[in-house]
Design a binder for this molecule. Structure first.
Ligand code: AMP
Length: 283
């Protein structure tokens, strides 16, 4: 496995691989890798001849009052996981390597970034779209793997690739969960044991929502009320920032539940905000 810290080294390795006819997979991460990241990496290793994992805590996607300084990091453990999973290249650049100057060119994916996470974190998705654009420009033609855990982010990246003609096939991967149903996240490291078990209500409420939809409920307000009531009854879990019932492709809120639907929520459990979502198809 090659550990590189510069854009030019990563480019040179991937260009050489492609010249030999080898396919490239890209897995962008902020590190502190867990089994959720590992599932993306394993999928890329299975699908491609060469996999590059990037580890970069991107300052551009954190607001001033967010956890950039304390975001968990463990490069040695990340490298061990990558080596074991069959990764060919890890790119772990410094902030200066990625942003030698404060960027004045940014990528905005307008409507898709306006609601849910985007309403709560107005500068977040421009930061994500900008760094992912840079990583796509560094990696070149490739398949790129993203988790459905960050469902809105995945939709934004798919749309950005379409709008800007990046030579990238975006592959969405299912959410990997802890035994109690909590979606795995690097930020789960912030949870106390009590918070970790309280957090299970998020996925429990989503599964209950899917059950009532499968039983015939088509009113999004009724489904939202069920989710809010279950979460509202749980100590240590805040009132959700949002619970949205949206079209799975366009992310438009639905008046009537039909077609491929995604239920997406965010709530604070103790200090960290946790995200979760679930899909359901209505025939
Ligand atoms: P992050 O390091 O949090 O920026 O995540 C890097 C990538 O891993 C993103 O595409 C995430 O959606 C994905 N990811 C994070 N947690 C999970 C999970 N529990 N299941 C599946 N994918 C995940």
């Amino acid at each position: 496995m090659n550990l590189v810290t510069t854009i030019s080294e990563a480019r040179a390795l991937l260009d050489a691989a492609r010249r030999q006819g080898r396919s490239v997979g890209l897995v962008p991460t902020m590190g502190y890798l867990h089994t959720g990241h590992r599932s993306l990496i394993e999928r890329s290793v299975a699908d491609n001849d060469v996999t590059m994992v990037t580890i970069f805590v991107n300052p551009l996607q954190f607001a001033a009052d967010e956890d950039l300084a304390t975001y968990p990091r463990d490069l040695d453990a990340d490298l061990a996981l990558c080596a074991q999973a069959g990764v060919s290249i890890v790119l772990a650049p410094t902030v200066h390597e990625m942003y030698p100057l404060e960027p004045i060119t940014t990528v905005q994916v307008a409507q898709l970034s306006a609601h849910m996470e985007g309403a709560k974190r107005p500068t977040h998705f421009a930061g994500v779209a900008t760094v992912v654009s840079k990583l796509f420009n560094i990696a070149g033609p490739c398949r790129a793997y993203f988790g459905e855990k960050d469902y809105q982010q995945l939709a934004i990246i798919r749309r950005m690739v379409l709008d800007l003609s990046f030579p990238v096939d975006v592959v969405g991967c299912p959410i990997i969960r802890e035994d109690n149903g909590v979606a795995m996240s690097s930020r789960n490291a912030y949870l106390s044991p009590e918070e970790r078990s309280a957090a299970a209500v998020l996925n429990r409420s989503l599964r209950a929502a899917v059950r009532v939809i499968e039983d015939g409920q088509r009113d999004p307000e009724a489904v939202r009320a069920l989710v809010l009531a279950m979460i509202g009854d749980t100590e240590l879990v805040s009132e959700p920032d949002y619970v949205e019932i949206v079209d799975a492709d366009s992310l438009e809120p639905l008046d009537v539940i039909s077609g491929d639907v995604r239920i997406i929520l965010a709530a604070r459990v103790g200090k960290p905000r946790l995200l979760d979502n679930i899909g359901v198809s209505v025939g």
